[in-house]
Design a protein around this ligand. Structure first.
Ligand code: ASP
Length: 341
């Protein structure tokens, strides 16, 4: 039975003949949890439901298969679970025309970027979520889900990869980030803007997404730590990391890529042990550059052997560095993977 609309726009369940099904595009929807899988309860809390509220939603002329892979608030997501999701999509890739992944908005950008780096696929894989559960006034759950399905069904070759669809915009996983705690329009790509808009007429492409190399990955066991620089930062924070036997460190530096001098001096201990250190900026826009030559300035850090990222935010740079390290990319080659042309 497929749930669909009749000509009179009345929703009803009908049996579709096999021939009709064959003519329809097949979309595989993987649910992972998040607000889009939750409902508001009587005591005004928001909770995951046993049956996903989107299971019975099919407003489009498509053959939609739902699968609940996880049932998680997205702060419980881990790179290991991202890998499981990646492998599940890869297994099903040949059987479907496109994929929609529903996900909590808190960490959606990380899962999207992980998939973009590790899933070689020539089909749309569209991640979406909701800021308000389906039974709350002004919910975006159904609108975002439908929009994601529309993009997954579109035949646009430049959308045959991993994308994020939220609030009528299509975003590149490399740049999209959650910028607001509650607003419906919570997702932006501060460095580039959305790559396309969903209009009433269809999809209006604004620019091409960033091309990223795909990496093979069979496990995610590299410990890469993310630290944000702040004034008066205590160097002992870094020293204590050395005992944790970390594999890499991402530093969210000030402005163009500068850190306190005391921290810069402490970094020597990591570099002597061949632990890569990657710089990103605390600023939501722009890229880090080796410009200032004072102790802790970008030029000084570059001379020390610190690596510079290319506009990725901290969590995404951290994911990419751990994927590169899982691929045993040697230290001397790491920088070349963070240069966009
Ligand atoms: N805390 C929720 C989550 O990420 C937020 C959401 O889905 O919007 O799972």
């Amino acid at each position: 039975i497929i749930s669909c609309y009749t000509k009179k726009k009345k929703r009803k369940h009908i049996f579709l003949k096999q021939k009709e099904l064959n003519n329809m595009k097949k979309i595989y929807v993987i649910h992972t949890g998040g607000t889009i899988g939750m409902e508001k309860t009587q005591d005004e809390t928001i909770e995951l439901q046993n049956e996903h509220p989107l299971f019975k939603q099919n407003h489009l002329n498509a053959h939609i298969i739902h699968h609940q892979l996880f049932h998680l608030p997205s702060p419980h997501m881990t790179p290991k679970k991202m890998l499981k999701l990646r492998n599940h999509i890869a297994e099903k890739a040949a059987d479907f025309d496109g994929f929609v992944i529903t996900h909590g908005t808190d960490t959606l950008e990380e899962t999207a970027y992980f998939l973009k780096l590790t899933l070689p696929i020539k089909k749309p894989v569209i991640l979406t979520g909701a800021m308000r559960p389906i039974n709350e006034v002004g919910s975006d759950a159904l609108y975002n889900f439908n929009s994601a399905l529309l993009v997954a069904l579109s035949d646009r070759p430049n959308l045959s990869d991993i994308f994020v669809v939220m609030d009528g915009e299509i975003h590149d996983p490399s740049y999209v980030t959650k910028v607001h705690t509650t607003r419906i329009g919570a997702f932006q790509s501060p460095n580039s803007g959305p790559i396309a808009l969903l209009t009433k007429q269809g999809i209006s492409l604004l620019h091409q997404p960033l091309l990223e190399r795909k990496y093979f990955i069979s496990n995610v066991d590299q410990e890469v730590i993310l630290l944000k620089a702040y004034t008066g930062m205590c160097p002992n924070v870094l020293t204590s990391l050395l005992d944790l036997k970390i594999n890499g460190l991402v530093l969210e530096a000030f402005g163009q890529g500068n850190i306190p001098s005391t921290i810069a001096i402490e970094l020597e201990k990591f570099l002597q042990r061949n632990i890569p250190i990657l710089l990103v900026s605390r600023c939501p826009q722009g890229i880090v550059e080796a410009n200032y030559n004072y102790i802790g300035g970008g030029k000084y850090l570059q001379k020390q052997g610190v690596l510079f990222s290319n506009g990725l935010n901290g969590p995404k740079a951290r994911l990419k560095l751990s994927i590169l390290l899982s691929n045993h990319i040697p230290y001397q080659q790491l920088q070349s993977h963070f240069i966009s042309s």
